[in-house]
Each structure stands twice: as structure tokens, then as C-alpha cells.
Design a protein around this ligand. Structure first.
Ligand code: ZN
Length: 430
């Protein structure tokens, strides 16, 4: 055995051996791919040009392609129309490599890493793990192109559904069906932010991504708290206005079985657009304002009413929190309105806070929601804002265009919702 001889010489390096073997197999594989795909004889009927004339074969032409096996040179037949001078390579169409130098297998990997991590990092990892050398720009372009295609297909499906109605739903009833929505800012280019005012009247540096998720709940844990059904969460989102997002989240809910749901719950913070959409699209839903946001309003009030005295503040908040947790919102509102603070700022603050609790009173019956075994916090969508959006799009040095961000958001939502593989197969079949 060579191994024994090498060991005696003390020069055995398995890593070098496995890398060299893999590289040799890749090179051999690339040659095999070239032979398998070589098209030299014109044995099929000549294609018909879009002008109606028959095209004539002009013999094979070469094309460089980056494949999973490295660079290959493909020879495929080129056809030409003598009537209108158009050229065509039917094999490129059949192989799904029209107008691109990347094979479908490589494009899929570019989309996977581009959705998952910064483009430069994805580029490094592809070289390290798969031995595929491409530019950072290539990762970005391909990932965004595939994300845009994903988004465009979903958009066209939504339009079809809006015109023809949604297909009927079949399947078992879903006991409790949750829809959560939230907004989170991501850093954008000056052009993407143009004309928008940020905080303090300065030019905006961010745009809001609206993110929604759908999940289901069947069981309770040992302590009787609701448990989210395993892998039942899917996400959808984009930088877009509330109207467009409304159709998006409704479509997502429909796909997930909205009309098989026995109970529908909408959870969110106090943002007005969330409740407007809930009212329009999910009129029968139980609406719940995230309890932690509501409590944070009380803490903020406490800080302003008792800026110095922490002990008094804590006591005050504890009492108000009790009213809130018990869902006795009318008592809380009446109490807030009975206060007579000294400064006009505090008067105004109390006025708006009382209005906040009053406006959301029916969405804050927490004791009742607990009795019904419902989630009362919107932690799922907040975690989604961090993991789906911020973890990839809100990193230092990143400035997104709206289209660029939306393509990556579409890609990530598909990946995290386990829909990317289906999309890719459908795409290839089409
Ligand atoms: Zn022609």
C-alpha cells in the first residue's frame, strides 16, 4: 500500500490527499459534463424563428459556464435566421443557462449563501466549502435576481387570486391560527430614503420593513401555557405601504389555511396600520396588543411621573400593571385621567397614554385571553424581525436599495419558511 510506504517516510498528509483527490475528481467531472452536454450534430428539427422563418444551423459554438464541478466549456449548436438575423441556442434554453454564465446548481448556491449572509462572506464560504470561485458581485447579482423572481411570482399569484378568488381550502380544521405583524427599520441608500423625513426632522436613513408571520397552536405545555406548533411558522415581508402589505399578509394567511381556522388571533404592538389591516382582512379575529408593549407604556409613564423616586415609581407601576394584566382597562384609564400633574408636558403625556389604553381596551383583556389559552405577547414576530431582517439586512456598512432589500427579504422569508426548495423545483419545471 502506498499509505504504508508514506507512513514509513513520515510524509503522510491526509488533508492534502483528500483535497487533491477532490480537485482531480472535480476536473474529471467537469470533462464528463462537457462530453455529456456536447451537441455537435443537428439531429433535431431546426427551430422556427419568432418571425416565422425556419432557422439554419451554423454549427457548434462554445460557452464558458461555472458549474458545481468548476469551469466548463460547453459546445452547443447555434442557429441563425437569415430572414431577420436573429440568433438562437435552443440547448441553452433547455439547460436553463440562457443569458447567464452560471449553471442552475451554482445559481442555487449563490442564492442560498446570499440570502444567508453578507455577499462577501458568502463568496468566501463558497470557495472554501465548494471550491467555487466567483466574485462578490456575482453572489449579489444572482441572489438578488432569484429573490426578485421569487417576489414577482408571489406577486403575480396574489394578483391572480384577487381576480379569480382564492382556491378552496381543504384539510383538517386548525384550532388556533395566529397572525402577527410588526415593522422594523433597515439602513438604506440616500436615494431609497429620499423625500422621507426621519426622526427630529432630519433626512431619513432607514426604511421600514413590514414583516408578518403565521403560525398555529394546538397544545398547551405542562403549566397550561399555549405552545406554538413545531415548524408551523412562515414569514412574509417587504418594504412597502400598508395597503400592499395587507394583500401580502392576507395571501399568506390564506395559503396557511385561514378558512380552516376555528379561532383566528391577530397580535401586534400599538401601530395603527396593523389594526387597520386586521380590521379589513381579519374582521373575525381576536385582536391582542402585545402585553409587553403595553407594560412598557406604563414604565415610561412611571419614569416621567417619578423621575427621582425609584421606589415610588415601582410601586406605582406595579399597581397599574395589575390593572392591565387583569384587563381592567377602564379602571386604568379612569385613574390616569384623575391625575393632576404639574407640568403641561405631563398633562399631555397622560392624555395621550389614556387615549392609547382606551383605544386598545378590547385588545387588552389579558386575563380573559389567558383563560382562553391564547398567546398574549408578539414575541414570534419580534424574534422574526431580529433573525429574518436585522441579522441579515441591518449590519454595519450596509445601505440597501428598496429593490435590493426586497429581493433578499423575499429570499430569506422563503428559506426560513421552507419554501425555497419548492420554488426552485417549480422554476425548473416551468
Ligand atoms: Zn427570423
Amino acid at each position: 500500500m502506498i499509505v504504508n510506504a508514506r507512513r514509513r517516510l513520515g510524509a503522510f498528509d491526509l488533508e492534502a490527499l483528500e483535497e487533491a483527490t477532490r480537485a482531480a475528481l472535480q476536473r474529471a467531472g467537469a470533462r464528463l459534463l462537457e462530453e455529456l452536454l456536447e451537441e455537435t450534430e443537428d439531429d433535431s428539427a431546426a427551430p422556427v424563428c419568432s418571425c416565422g422563418a425556419a432557422m439554419r444551423c451554423e454549427g457548434p459554438r462554445s460557452k464558458r459556464l461555472v458549474s458545481l464541478l468548476g469551469n466548463v466549456s460547453l459546445r452547443r449548436l447555434y442557429y441563425h435566421c437569415r430572414h431577420c438575423w436573429r440568433g438562437a441556442v435552443p440547448l441553452d434554453h433547455d439547460l436553463d443557462i440562457e443569458g447567464t454564465q452560471y449553471s442552475p446548481g451554482v445559481r442555487r448556491l449563490l442564492a442560498v449563501v446570499g440570502g444567508e449572509m453578507p455577499f462577501a462572506r458568502g463568496c468566501e464560504l463558497l470557495a472554501e466549502l465548494a471550491g467555487i470561485a466567483v466574485s462578490v458581485k456575482a453572489v449579489q447579482r444572482q441572489a438578488q435576481a432569484i429573490g426578485s423572481d421569487l417576489a414577482a411570482r408571489a406577486e403575480s399569484d396574489r394578483r391572480q387570486a384577487a381576480l379569480r378568488g382564492f382556491p378552496p381550502q381543504t384539510g383538517a380544521p386548525i384550532p388556533t391560527f395566529y397572525i402577527e405583524m410588526d415593522g422594523t427599520g433597515i439602513p438604506v441608500t440616500a436615494t431609497a430614503a429620499a423625500g422621507r423625513e426621519g426622526k427630529d426632522g432630519a433626512a431619513a436613513r432607514t426604511r421600514e420593513v413590514k414583516l408578518g408571520c403565521v403560525f398555529t397552536q394546538t397544545e398547551l405545555d405542562a403549566e397550561g401555557r399555549p405552545v406554538r406548533d413545531g415548524s408551523s411558522t412562515t414569514y412574509t415581508g417587504a418594504i412597502e405601504d400598508a395597503e400592499a402589505f395587507g394583500q401580502r399578509i392576507y395571501d399568506e394567511a390564506w395559503r396557511r389555511g385561514l378558512h380552516r381556522a376555528e379561532r383566528v388571533v391577530v397580535l401586534g404592538d400599538g401601530a395603527a396600520w396593523i389594526w387597520n389591516l386586521s380590521h379589513i382582512y381579519f374582521p373575525k379575529a381576536i385582536e391582542i396588543v402585545d402585553i409587553y408593549h403595553a407594560r412598557e407604556h406604563l414604565w415610561e409613564l412611571g419614569r416621567q411621573l417619578f423621575p427621582q423616586d425609584r421606589k415610588q415609581r415601582r410601586r406605582w407601576v406595579r399597581r397599574r400593571k395589575k390593572q392591565l394584566d387583569e384587563g381592567r382597562i377602564e379602571h386604568l384609564v379612569r385613574f390616569l385621567r384623575s391625575l393632576r400633574p404639574e407640568t403641561p408636558e405631563l398633562v399631555e403625556k397622560l392624555r395621550t397614554e389614556a387615549a392609547y389604553f382606551e383605544g386598545h381596551a378590547e385588545r387588552m383583556r389579558y386575563a380573559e385571553f389567558r383563560r382562553q389559552d391564547l398567546f398574549i405577547g408578539s414575541g414570534v414576530i419580534e424574534a422574526g424581525c431580529r433573525s429574518v431582517i436585522a441579522g441579515r439586512l441591518k449590519r454595519s456598512g450596509m445601505f440597501w436599495t428598496v429593490d435590493g432589500a426586497n429581493s433578499i427579504i423575499a429570499l430569506r422569508c422563503a428559506q426560513i419558511s421552507n419554501r425555497f426548495a419548492d420554488y426552485w423545483e417549480d422554476r425548473a419545471a416551468a
